[in-house]
Write a protein that binds this ligand. Structure first.
Ligand code: DGP
Length: 112
């Protein structure tokens, strides 16, 4: 499958990894929008959050557990933002489910 993030999971495209286990990979975004900006992805290919069948939804809680672990490791105690862009209007550009985690500066709300 021609998916950039599947290639990152397989090591075919290099990435700056923060965390990895059997289900999930976290790595720094190539185009950071904040001093800290990383992505957390399932290793299994889901196109987006709506592509996850009910019996596999536990991957979402696992991803949030991983974000808790990384927030602790990186000491992101002043706050952070978790973002999932979905579809054309949501600004999704890579069709492999991913959560952005942004931190290290005060973030604007609402987003543009
Ligand atoms: P989104 O617009 O929500 O689909 O975000 C996709 C993000 O993926 C975007 O912030 C840039 C990042 N990205 C795309 N290609 C690569 C890559 O090859 N390596 C890394 N580290 N990040 C990538």
């Amino acid at each position: 499958m021609d998916c950039i993030f599947c290639k990152i999971v397989k090591g075919e495209i290099p990435s700056k990894k923060i965390y990895e286990d059997e289900k999930v990979l976290a790595f720094y975004d190539v185009s950071p929008q904040a001093p800290v900006h990383f992505l957390v992805i399932p290793k299994e290919h889901f196109r987006n959050f709506r592509d996850i069948s009910s019996d596999k939804l536990e991957i979402i809680s696992h991803i949030f557990k991983v974000i808790q672990i990384i927030a602790e490791q990186l000491k992101l105690d002043d706050g952070l933002r978790i973002v999932n862009n979905y579809g054309k209007d949501g600004g999704q550009t890579v069709d492999h489910l991913h959560f952005h985690v942004l931190a290290g500066r005060s973030l604007n709300w609402p987003p543009g």
